[in-house]
Write a protein that binds this ligand. Structure first.
Ligand code: NDP
Ligand code: HSE
Length: 445
């Protein structure tokens, strides 16, 4: 193996939990290979944690390296690279801004911070002439951000569609496979250690929305934040919705969809949304099961590209972190910096009302003459064209034989605002007892 001549590249590791502990392990187990790849050894200068005296389960690292003074560690003169795997907005933002302004390279997995205020980090990186890498922040181990920010920079990306949250994909896959309801599937995800004790960020779509903002920013050369992303979670997806999807040859996935196109005035813009959607079983994302992630990228010259792999977990995420560490360490030795943020396009974000998609609406209606015509008229009055209508018996009843029936309406593509107005008007009708569900249908051409 080639011996290295440079002084070690010194790392400040902020966080030593699920991801940080695996970063430590990989740095130890692969030390010789990493040194050969970088051209200098990678050394841990210190590890900032919340509880310095905590038992770290035989982690191969000197206990004297642990500290609770993260900012003090970041400021040390002997630190070249700051690796942040703590998470959250503050105090992480303060540490990273301090590091970047001082010219120290930063590697972070912090999707929440990047989606909320990535601009501040990029500005600090530009000010300090430092690298800011964050491959692990979206889709764990999958090499995705570097292809977007480097390999596809000669092309025009038009759309990114992804399953970027492993917990919700596990839950929806279980509902699809077993007919379980949401709560039952969430319990299984928790028992198997996929879902966290508080699964809100995952099941309500916040985690996927943060990742969607990061993907859209890179794909469309514009600053997109989590607040720009239309977000719906999966808590209201029922076993009946899944059965209905199956009857249509579909399954339901929590999708992140970022697309570029004209807004209502014809100006170039982006649309970014996260919501559950029915997709045909023939769609490349339909077969992504368990807690896996996959991202489908469409670009003008490249065509369709698919990225697939493990989107979470200590070791897979640490793999992405270490890839970034090697890249920024090499840059430091070469005295160079990678290309800075590309946000020149500064495209505006289209309102959700302008997003065009198909819908599956399930209505509990009175089962009598003229009801179907009245319902159809409401859709027509808002310019929403119906593709199919199916009538099923309400629970406990028979079609045509009881008071209630379930109408399942699938529309052609329509703007979200038109569908929302349709649903609002349907709710006011006496003949509509309830609207059981409204789900978008994607990927049917
Ligand atoms: P954990 O909760 O497992 O670990 C967090 C670590 O940060 C712990 O070591 C904790 O210390 C330390 N910490 C918390 N607060 C402070 C503080 N104020 N000062 C110093 N240290 C602090 O988180 P994860 O490893 O799961 O996640 C880390 C980051 O990686 C997050 O941004 C997350 O979104 C991201 N990520 C995680 C993935 C995963 O699968 N887990 C996948 C992709 C990204 P102590 O050990 O003493 O409690
Ligand atoms: N909670 C996230 C998930 C972790 O389930 O995908 C990876 O970001």
């Amino acid at each position: 193996m080639t011996t290295t001549q440079h002084r070690p590249v010194r790392l400040a590791l902020l966080g030593c939990g699920t991801v940080g502990a695996e970063v430590v392990r990989l740095l130890h187990d692969q030390a010789a290979d990493l040194a050969a790849r970088v051209g200098a050894p990678l050394e841990i200068a210190g590890i900032a944690v919340r509880r310095a005296g905590r038992d770290r389960g035989g982690l191969p690292v000197d206990p004297a390296l642990f500290t609770t003074d993260a900012l003090g560690l970041v400021k040390r003169d002997d630190v070249d690279v700051v690796v942040e795997v703590v998470g959250g907005i503050e105090p992480a933002r303060g540490w990273l801004v301090e590091a970047l302004r001082a010219g120290k390279s930063v590697v972070t997995a912090n999707k929440a911070l990047l989606a909320e205020d990535g601009g501040t980090l990029h500005d600090a990186a530009a000010e300090g002439g430092a690298d800011l890498f964050y491959e692990a922040s979206v889709a764990g181990a999958i090499p995705l951000l570097r292809p977007l920010r480097e390999s596809l920079h000669g092309d025009t990306i038009t759309r990114v569609t992804g399953i970027v949250n492993g917990t919700t994909n596990f839950i929806l896959s279980a509902m699809d496979a077993t007919g379980a309801g949401f709560t039952e599937a969430l319990d299984e995800a928790t028992e198997l250690g996929y879902a966290e004790a508080d699964p809100t960020a995952d099941v309500e779509g916040f985690d996927a929305a943060a990742k969607a903002a990061i993907l859209a920013s890179l794909a469309f050369h514009s600053r997109v934040t989590a607040a720009d992303v239309h977000r719906e979670g999966i808590t209201e997806v029922t076993a009946a919705d899944m059965a209905s999807a199956q009857a249509m040859g579909c399954t339901i996935k929590l999708l992140c969809i970022a697309s570029r196109g004209p807004d209502s005035t014809g100006a170039d813009s982006v649309s970014v949304r996260v919501h559950p959607a029915m997709i045909p079983r023939s769609h490349p994302l339909a077969s992504v099961g368990d807690a896996f992630n996959a991202v489908f990228v469409e670009a003008e010259a490249a065509g369709q590209l698919m990225f697939y792999g493990r989107g979470a977990g200590g070791a897979p995420t640490a793999s992405a972190v270490l890839g970034d560490v090697v890249a920024v360490a090499r840059n430091r030795l070469a005295g160079v910096r990678s290309a800075s943020e590309s946000s020149y396009a500064a495209l505006p974000v289209r309102p959700m009302g302008e997003a065009v998609t198909r819908y599956h609406i399930s209505l509990d209606v009175a089962d009598r003459a003229g009801v179907l015509a009245t319902v159809a008229n409401v859709f027509a009055s808002h310019g929403v064209s119906i593709a199919t209508v199916r009538q099923a018996s309400a629970p406990g009843g028979t079609p045509g034989g009881g008071d209630d029936a379930i109408l399942v309406v699938v529309t052609h593509a329509a703007p979200d605002a038109a569908l929302a107005a349709t649903v609002e008007q349907l709710r006011t009708l006496d003949i509509v007892r309830s609207i059981a569900s409204v789900l978008r249908v994607e990927g049917t051409g």
